[in-house]
Design a protein. Structure first.
Length: 338
């Protein structure tokens, strides 16, 4: 009985092993020399790759970077022998894309500078039984690109072995976009502690408890306003030029001044002179400037960064001043560009 049982166990084991040895290799793993239905493709050719070349934070080119590229085997089974594939540059693609950009009014592409990139090799191989080739390493050098141009590099593959190339994934596009440096934004200084320490004219009381006074131009509210004297005025207070001197309490770096005319749109300032000082004794003029007769904030940017503690606004003429040098101002706001 024991012999029969042992024989049956051995026979069962033999059947199992025979069955395992007869399992067929899956079709997708079979080695084949056929090129029918096989297409090679660049593994990353599914989109345009935009390369970063410039740091807006550091305001300088980035370090060089490297991208690994390889080629895929698209077909039933796997190659029974190595397949050689070459990478090459196709500049005709740029001409074709530029036709469309011309129609759309877009800035045209130019080819990558020859010294702006390199490949570790332009020849790769999909080895026997593999679905992908070895890698080539594409390196680009940001300092070689000019900031005001759009660049394009079209990398194409070809097969000396006679394999077809997937038409949708045969070309890999690298793009470097024009670097547009955003305009710096003005940062306005807080004026809570500032004082008007000298003036030639203000309307004290005639415009209400707040308006009319020179302090209104540094109260942070463009709805309030300074007005030149129009009641009980001295000859100096009712004629040009008018001036207001502001103590900013500390020396500040200033890129320019923001001006808001009186928001009612009347008695606007036309011509001003800006003077600055660090000691309220020695003054330097930054020049004469024209303001528009509008209620929107107007920026006067200095030719170069200025550093000062005291600011003097000298009003030389105004709009609709009634022929009596009547003029007004809503707010003046020093700022630094960031």
């Amino acid at each position: 009985m024991k012999k029969i049982l042992t024989l049956r166990l051995l026979l069962g084991t033999l059947i199992i092993l025979t069955g395992l040895s007869c399992e067929e290799t899956p079709v997708y793993e079979e080695l084949t020399t056929s090129t029918d239905g096989v297409q090679l493709y660049i593994a990353k050719a599914d989109r345009v790759h935009t390369l970063k070349t410039f740091s807006l934070e550091e305001m300088e080119p980035l370090e060089h970077d490297t991208i690994a590229l390889n080629v895929g085997y698209g077909g039933l089974g796997l190659p029974a022998s190595p397949i050689d594939v070459n990478f090459k540059i196709n500049n005709e693609v740029i001409d074709s894309l530029n036709l469309a950009r011309q129609i759309n009014g877009e800035k045209e592409y130019v080819p990558f500078p020859e010294d702006a990139y390199d490949f570790s090799t332009t020849n790769v191989s999909i080895e026997k039984g593999e679905a992908y080739s070895n890698f080539t390493h594409f390196t680009y050098y940001p300092e070689k690109f000019e900031m005001d141009k759009n660049y394009l590099l079209a990398v194409e593959i070809e097969s000396p072995s006679g394999y077809a190339i997937n038409p949708d994934r045969k070309i890999l596009l690298f793009e470097v976009q024009e670097v547009i440096i955003p305009e710096p934004e003005p940062k306005y200084y807080e004026k809570d502690s500032w004082e008007v320490i000298d003036l030639s004219s203000e309307e004290a009381g005639g415009e209400g408890p707040t308006n009319g006074y020179a302090s209104a131009i540094i109260d942070g509210n463009i709805e309030t306003f300074w007005h030149s004297c129009w009641s009980s005025c001295t000859a100096e207070g009712s004629s040009y030029p008018h001036h207001i001197t502001i103590d900013m309490k500390e020396e500040l770096e200033v890129s320019g001044l923001g001006f808001a005319q009186r928001q009612s749109g009347t008695r606007g300032i036309e011509l001003i002179e800006i003077q600055v000082s660090n000691d309220n004794v020695e003054w330097r003029s930054l020049g004469d400037f024209n303001l528009q007769d509008i209620t929107a904030l107007q920026l006067i940017e200095f030719e170069e960064l200025q550093s000062f503690k005291y600011l003097k606004i000298i009003v030389k003429s105004g709009y609709n001043d009634g022929g009596a040098a009547f003029t007004a101002l809503g707010e003046v706001s020093p700022y630094i560009l960031e």
